[in-house]
Design a binder for this molecule. Sequence first.
Ligand code: GAL
Length: 658
Amino acid sequence: MFKRKTGISLGCDYNPEQWSPDVWREDVALMRSAGIDLVAVNIFGWSNVEPSPGRYHFDDLDEVIGLLHENGIKVNLGTGTSSPPPWLSSLHPEILPMAADGTIRFPGGRQAWCPSSPVFREKAYALVEQVAQRYGAHPAVALWHVSNELGCHNALCYCEASAVAFREWLRDRYRKIETLNEAWGTSFWSQRYSDWSEVQTPRAALSLRNPAQIIDFHRFSSDELLGYYRDEAAILRQHSAVPVTTNFMVTAHIRNLDYWSWAPEMDVVANDHYLDHRLGDPVAELSFAADLTRGLAGGAPWMLMEQAAGAVNWQPHNLTKAPGEMLRNSLTHVARGADSLCFFQWRASAQGAEKFHSAMLPHAGTDTVAWREVLRLSETLDRIAEVAGTTVESDVALVFSWESWWSSEGEARPSQAVTYLDQVHAAHRALRELGVTTDVVSPDADLSGYKLVVVPCLYMVSDTAAQRITEYVENGGHLLVTFFSGIVDERDRIRLGGYPGAFRDVLGVLAEEFAPLLPGHQVGLSNGATGTVWTERLRTTTAQAVATYTDGPLPGVPAVTRNTYRDGLAWYAATSLDPRGLRELTRDAVTAAGATAAGPESGGDVEVVRRSGDGRSYLFVVNHGTQPVEMSGHDLVTGAPITRVDAGGVAVIKEERE
Ligand code: GAL
């Protein structure tokens, strides 16, 4: 990718506009000493490079890029369009985004623009044109960074410009208004449209809104920003042969873009990831996000565009990282396919909303744990440079869908306690605890190479995807599905005849009704596991019951089943199993499928992932636990043979392979 000669690049966001030129010099000298070789600039540069309408001022950016270049540091150049300057929103308040309740979101923060605003687009594209012309052939520029985290705050805009664009998008999809009526089920509650002009964005309403309209609005909003990305990229490509990307937010709390459709348009897939201490298991979520990012990259190496050296500033309690933790986080990303590690940000801001966000260079300077940890990471990356370009080995896949995320968490549903990401995380975590590396794939992926495919809570599934999953089992694949899957088609229309609709046959079961549980309630299972959140009145058709409920609303009813289907095997969990129960079931499925675990079953304390390629093979060992783990071989991190990896330690074992 964009490495120091060969290997894994180390980079950061740099905001020189927050500092004076003498600080720039110190910064670049320190960057060199830390081995930084890729620096993102002009991410929030608009008001500096275009201080008033049409008057461009590039002197500072010229100087910063020149300084970086003289010091052998490559530039990841922002187009600068992520946050419009105050003059633009003052002159054209119509660019401001509108929330679902019809209120405007004002400037003063960032990203205050409507993705469909023709005025915003015109002004942003004019800036991109200037930046591309000026730096498109600059030898330091190694990567284009379009905008920043597109859709982080403004993905869903409900204003009139958005409504116009939404109608166009709908016309394109449905052609005839009658087809839209059918797709949205508008016979319900007198919602039938007679003309396109009557269709609105799904603004806040007095009662429950039309769920199919909301799903289409999500699809539209994702496509709208993707179209915006494409436009910026096209301008850049007219002036430059350098790869183009933008930073994704594959993370626990942002869900508005369907990155399966975005990823093919990126020259390199890049993700931002921050440990989220609001989650039950933030480290397990990091592994999941990395696996999903690799899935988006189609298995190819990817970039971590942002992570934090220590604490963030936007969670209720912003925990710092203990010595060694940032290295473990970083090597987990590399283990799972990253060939480039970048940070937000280089130097901690002295002012502004992010002044309490950590940075590689903290407020206290270089005589700090944080700085020494950066140097330690840099040294480690040098030592493991040869892993770059290899890919991650896995024979288990987990199916993930943004559409299912949007639709399963609609306004009116059987239980508000069913939260898609929690179910996905639980399924991924069970595999991780067993030492199994998982590819996270789209519902439309080719599954034929996998020994086991896990489908958690896939509420919305298209006919094609359902058929593909079924054929995978017919041909000998093993499948594990969890509850609230296969329920609706892409129109959010129930698949009639009993649940789990699309997967009834392959699973050999039929549920006639859902029986969700109240918060705090749990049911016992005959195999010793417990279930929460969900049960269903399920009967087997061709499956065998593996466990039944011993109490709760449905005693004696199957809770876990197993079905031989043609040459394959399909398991179903009809309740939200406790972590141990889910792990046991997953272990049975992994064993039956003959899937591979790269490492020991450690309950997640020790992550072991193999990267290989071109006759080379490396075993990454990340020990999050409090006990050493036995592992032997030649370790690239220490440059010596080892027999164990200490508590909190990391190793990259170079394997002998024929
Ligand atoms: C990201 C963003 C950065 C910075 C960071 C703080 O969402 O791209 O600019 O705000 O979060 O964690």
